[in-house]
Design a protein around this ligand. Structure first.
Ligand code: SF4
Length: 150
């Protein structure tokens, strides 16, 4: 095994819209593009893994705002699992090779990407798949009042 480069061997996993606000429901964007808060990870030499956006994949850019119960359907959960499979494979690889996975950063109050109080459908499926692989990761959230455009 090659072990002679200077990579930091630290990664964080983030909801898609943290790096790309272009995917959110209109008119909910809170930044022009990526949230500036990720610059802390960049400065600390942390690699950033971007999760897919389940709402964009299922309903596209022209979707209307929907409640969590409206996303709680077998087909939406199946889409979530389908788009998460490659991510799970990557997480397993980083774990296997001893990389530090700082955690998963979601979006407070999102029907899909909330992690803590009222876990969204996508994050429910992600944490279930991780549990099946015996991978335990911490969860963090971008707070509801975070807004770079105000
Ligand atoms: S589903 Fe997740 S990634 Fe997509 S816009 Fe909502 S919070 Fe962001």
């Amino acid at each position: 095994m090659f072990d002679n480069d200077e990579r930091g061997k630290k990664v964080v996993i983030v909801s898609h819209c943290i790096l790309n606000q272009n995917c959110v429901v209109q008119p909910m964007a809170r930044a022009k593009g990526a949230f500036k808060i990720v610059s802390e990870y960049i400065e600390d030499g942390v690699g950033i893994i971007q999760l897919p956006c389940p709402e964009l994949r299922h309903f596209g850019l022209g979707r209307k705002p929907m409640e969590k119960f409206e996303y709680d359907t077998p087909i939406h959960r199946e889409i979530c699992r389908h788009i998460l499979r490659p991510v799970i494979k990557e997480i397993e690889e980083y774990s296997k090779y001893g990389y530090e996975i700082i955690g998963i950063v979601g979006i407070e109050d999102s029907p899909n990407c909330d992690i803590n109080e009222n876990r969204g459908i996508f994050m429910q499926e992600l944490f279930k798949l991780l549990k099946e692989k015996n991978i335990d990761l911490k969860g963090y959230e971008v707070p509801l009042d975070y807004d770079e455009l105000k």
